[in-house]
Design a protein around this ligand. Structure first.
Ligand code: NAG
Ligand code: NAG
Ligand code: NAG
Ligand code: NAG
Ligand code: NAG
Ligand code: NAG
Ligand code: NAG
Ligand code: NAG
Length: 352
């Protein structure tokens, strides 16, 4: 009898040692579990693991933590779940920090959705070796910076959403071996420049969205190596020129440069675009009238849809003091002083 008690005690010790939840991340939070044919809530303490979460592994679709009170995902916060599922941790206003190995042993996790929290710090080894992870949503958080290799060996990652954060730059070395990454959303951040070969280690990119940043400088070879790039959105930035080498991106079919401060585009730039481009959005820039005419003629010739009107307003363009009939690169002094200013702001302002 004594022997049996002893065996039971040692068994218990072994069991508790094998628990993955060594650090408590949650204190009585409500977790929503979706399976193929049912869904329900469960109260969780400590960590979300296969030991304390009740689910059927073959049927698990989604685990969601929403509107709960916690600040930090510590090591093993979500751990040891082998199902193919989506993990959503969204709309938690006190959630700021993700520590190393917060997501542990989730070999088949398909999507990690962390949108709309207050995350401002992610340690390394958070997204690593999740071999089937296809999408990560980090939109609407407070991120300014990430560490190198935050996304380490995620060979099936296809979509990453960084929109609505506070990034002032993008660094491709946040990723390591993200060889299938095709869609990169960076809109609504504070990025001001895009240096040379910014995406050279991410050759599968097809879509990059930089809308609504502060971009005033793009290196001519910023998009070097992006043979697959199809869509590039640079709308709502502070670009004064778009003299990029588009021969580097031979499959580009959409380019958005509306709502910038561009007055001019060269023949060289247009010829880099004309082989593959289908659609070019140029509305609401202080174009020289001669340049907009050139672009429209060029679009008609190469069958490219040039969207130049700002939301159903009439066409606006600028007549410079010099070279009125020729689309040439001019300096600010070559324009009448009020002309360019009139264009600063968003489309609707011109309606009134
Ligand atoms: C991991 O989960 C399995 C069941 O899915 C369980 O048998 C095992 O004890 C868990 N491992 C740890 C370290 O908790
Ligand atoms: C976040 O924390 C603050 C202060 O600790 C608390 O007042 C607030 O209710 C918390 N938010 C949620 C959603 O629990
Ligand atoms: C949220 O958590 C913080 C820290 O754990 C605690 O001080 C606060 O009272 C909590 N707020 C609510 C509404 O539970
Ligand atoms: C996981 O499920 C998704 C569909 O929800 C599927 O596309 C994907 O291939 C699955 N992944 C694995 C590793 O089975
Ligand atoms: C990264 O990818 C390369 C080539 O695809 C491969 O040789 C290497 O083993 C990968 N690294 C890791 C850590 O998996
Ligand atoms: C051209 O683009 C505009 C704006 O996106 C769209 O409404 C229109 O249908 C397009 N036309 C063609 C021929 O693709
Ligand atoms: C665009 O403007 C024209 C003339 O101002 C008007 O007749 C038309 O209904 C407008 N279209 C839309 C979609 O607002
Ligand atoms: C065009 O108008 C619609 C509705 O009137 C508005 O939501 C949209 O933001 C406008 N687009 C631009 C580029 O101003």
């Amino acid at each position: 009898m004594l022997k049996l008690v002893f065996i039971l005690i040692s068994l218990c010790i072994v069991l508790s040692h094998s628990k993955v939840c060594k650090k408590k991340s949650f204190s009585r939070i409500s977790v929503w579990i979706q399976e193929e044919n049912r869904e329900r809530y469960q109260i969780i303490n400590g960590c979300i693991t296969s030991d304390n979460l009740r689910y059927n592994s073959d049927a698990l679709k989604k685990v969601r933590v929403s509107n709960q009170n916690f600040s930090t995902l510590k090591k093993g916060a979500v751990a040891n779940i082998s199902a193919n599922f989506t993990l959503q941790i969204s709309h938690n206003p006190n959630f700021t920090t993700i520590m190393e190995e917060a997501f542990l042993d989730l070999p088949n996790v398909f999507e990690v959705d962390l949108n709309d929290n207050m995350i401002d710090w992610i340690e390394t080894n958070t997204f690593s070796n999740q071999l089937f992870l296809a999408a990560i949503d980090l939109s609407k958080n407070q991120l300014e910076i990430l560490l190198h290799q935050t996304f380490y060996n995620v060979p099936n990652l296809e979509i990453i959403d960084f929109s609505g954060n506070k990034f002032q730059f993008f660094d491709q070395y946040w990723f390591y071996n993200a060889t299938r990454l095709s869609m990169m959303l960076l809109h609504h951040n504070r990025i001001s420049s895009i240096p040379r070969a910014s995406f050279i280690t991410l050759p599968s990119l097809t879509d990059i969205d930089f809308e609504n940043n502060q971009i005033s400088y793009i290196h001519k070879l910023a998009f070097e190596g992006l043979q697959s790039l199809q869509s590039l959105d640079l709308e709502k930035n502070k670009l004064k020129s778009i003299e990029l080498d588009f021969f580097q991106t031979p499959n580009l079919n959409f380019l958005g440069i509306g709502e910038n401060e561009i007055t001019y585009i060269s023949d060289q730039t247009l010829s880099g675009l004309q082989t593959s481009l289908r659609s070019l959005w140029i509305h609401f820039n202080p174009w020289q009238c001669s340049c907009i005419q050139k672009v429209l003629n060029w679009g008609a010739l190469y069958n490219i849809n040039v969207s130049f009107k700002c939301n159903n307003t009439s066409l606006f363009c600028v007549v410079p003091k010099v070279s009125e009939n020729e689309c040439t690169e001019l300096t600010e002094e070559d324009f009448h002083s009020n002309c360019l200013k009139e264009f600063k702001g968003i489309c609707q302002k011109l309606h009134s």
